[in-house]
Design a protein around this ligand. Structure first.
Ligand SMILES: Cc1cc2nc3c(=O)[nH]c(=O)nc-3n(C[C@H](O)[C@H](O)[C@H](O)COP(=O)(O)OP(=O)(O)OC[C@H]3O[C@@H](n4cnc5c(N)ncnc54)[C@H](O)[C@@H]3O)c2cc1C
Ligand code: SF4
Length: 491
């Protein structure tokens, strides 16, 4: 290993500079800068090459992390790029928005702060684009096999990227007007600017992937059309939002988070929005739900100049440090302060949302909540709750955003017409080994199979499903996947 073996002792963890809050909330641009060359070198030198790199198994893609850290340390940019893309089709997405479970598994993290793996990944791919290493590959032998991929989120895109590389013809059907799924119309521009997606789509098109936009299979595209292909991958995401069935849900000013976020992404893109404008400007905003979607609503509401933004969680605040229930190297459920939280929010915990309260014109004017007392188990995990008597209060609110996650993919249309078997949660049934559904030649990947999850998992599932499709069509596959590597290792 030609790296600095004492780097982890000499250098502390540093993340790149961010634009000051006052400036960044004036626009929807990404605000995280790049490291200087010197700082990137120091951060890569913090990798200890520990011998048993747990970070590999922390990453759902099995990214080969110490090796790319070493290449970065030695400024071998092409080598770093080759190592990175051997396991990850889209490091420009994960390098920006992955919650980095690899860092939770970093051995340095046992006694110090982990290596900034996610940032290093972003630097490798951006340097590779700047140096011209990222090129469309069209040098494959055509197989004559045709595959329909339904959905262009990270799962569908990863499957398409893999399948085109081994010479199949790939057509991606997307009901929206642009590719990317939730990357395009969910995740705000300030986390992921959309030129980053367009740059990748252009490369995929150059490689031969055909995109059909405004094409909803099971609606304006007959399901029979995709069944005429040699194989189909369903990558339709988990899009049915969890509802909050309480009085006042019908009031003007109560919306699902996704309707709100999608509108803002369209505005930033200069596209017309569908339906009435949902805006936080000049309002008291309450975001109900504490995940990524809720945090994105907070960042968006602050940019729209809300008077006050609050976020309500039903459960108590998560612990700040690992507990015995979440030992290293597992991905711990800890209290997080996202960049959107830094920009200003009042966070409320253990609150039960009881009712939306309207004025005489049917407009939302407040949200009734009660305080909950939680009982914790021996590991500090909340188990039972009781509502505190006389704790009801009304919080002023003219815009309430329901961000309680997603329960399953939409069954109406495509899934119903196919008659594909679903699991008890309503996701498309298939195991993690062969990704095959109950219908011959139909496979599934991403949130549609595993339930709402992460971009890195969607890419991983897209790659695994692509390998299964390739094997199904050709009898064997040269596509590298995490499962294939694990099988080889077990053998
Ligand atoms: C607001 C928000 C913020 C998030 N932030 C993060 C984050 O910071 N980091 C992270 O790792 N994850 C994040 N996630 C989760 C992540 O975006 C998803 O896990 C991931 O996008 C799932 O990928 P997918 O390809 O399975 O599905 P999606 O991205 O949901 O893509 C599915 C695609 O299928 C299309 N489709 C559906 N049905 C049809 C049909 N019948 N015909 C044609 N097209 C169809 C949809 O239009 C969509 O484009 C976030 C999610 C949300 C909602
Ligand atoms: S994709 Fe995510 S988990 Fe994997 S190495 Fe990158 S930041 Fe870590």
């Amino acid at each position: 290993m030609t790296t600095d073996i004492t780097g982890f002792k000499k250098y502390s963890r540093k993340t790149p500079k961010k634009d000051p809050i006052k400036e960044r909330v004036q626009n929807y641009k990404e605000f995280v800068h790049l490291y200087s060359e010197e700082e990137l070198n120091k951060q890569s030198a913090r990798c200890m090459d520990c011998g048993i790199p747990f970070c590999h198994s922390g990453c759902p893609l099995g990214n080969v992390i110490p090796e790319f850290n070493e290449a970065v340390y030695n400024a071998k940019w092409e080598e770093a790029y080759d190592i990175l893309v051997s396991t990850n089709n889209f490091p420009e997405f994960t390098g920006r928005i992955c919650p980095a479970p690899c860092e939770s598994a970093c051995v340095l993290g046992i006694h110090n702060k982990p290596v900034t793996i996610e940032e290093i990944e972003k630097h490798i791919i951006e340097i590779a684009f700047n140096k011209g290493f990222v090129k469309a590959n069209t040098s494959f032998h055509k197989t004559g096999k045709r595959i329909a991929v339904v959905g262009s989120g990270p799962a569908g895109l990863a499957a398409a990227a893999q399948l085109i590389r081994v010479g199949h013809e790939v057509v991606v059907y997307e009901r929206d007007d642009k590719a990317g799924g939730l990357l395009q119309y969910g995740i705000p521009d300030f986390k992921l600017e959309k030129w980053v997606i367009e740059r990748r789509i252009k490369l995929l098109e150059e490689e031969g992937v055909v995109f059909r936009f405004n094409a909803e299979v099971g609606k304006n595209v007959p399901t029979a059309e995709i069944m005429a292909y040699d194989a189909v991958i369903l990558a339709v995401g988990s899009t049915v939002p969890r509802n909050l069935d309480i009085p006042g849900k019908e009031l003007k000013g109560v919306h699902f988070a996704m309707d709100y976020l999608k509108q803002q992404n369209k505005r930033v893109a200069g596209l017309p929005v569908e339906g009435e404008d949902i805006l936080a400007t000049g309002k008291h905003v309450l975001v109900i739900g504490s995940g990524d979607t809720g945090s994105d609503c907070v960042g968006t509401a602050n940019r729209q100049k809300a008077i006050r933004v609050g976020q309500i969680a039903w459960k108590p605040m998560l612990p700040m440090e690992r507990t015995v229930a979440m030992p290293w190297p597992t991905f711990p459920q800890l209290h997080t302060i996202t960049s959107s939280h830094e920009e200003g929010v009042e966070r409320h915990y253990s609150l039960n949302t009881k009712a939306f309260v309207g004025d005489e014109n049917g407009r939302l004017k407040g949200v009734k909540v009660t305080q909950l007392s939680w009982e914790l188990d021996d590991f500090g995990r909340p188990t039972k709750f009781e509502e505190n008597p006389d704790s009801e209060l009304e919080m002023p609110c003219e815009l309430a955003l329901i961000a309680l996650g997603f329960s399953c993919p939409q069954s109406e249309g495509l899934l119903k017409e196919l008659g594909v078997e679903l699991d008890r949660r309503g996701n498309v049934l298939a195991n993690e080994k062969d990704y095959k559904t109950s219908i011959d030649k139909v496979f599934v990947a991403g949130d549609a199979r595993r339930g709402q999850s992460l971009v890195v998992w969607a890419i991983s599932e897209g790659r695994e499903a692509a390998r299964q499709v390739d094997e199904f069509l050709m009898g064997h596959s040269v596509l590298e996947t995490k499962n294939a590597v694990a099988e080889f290792a077990n053998f």
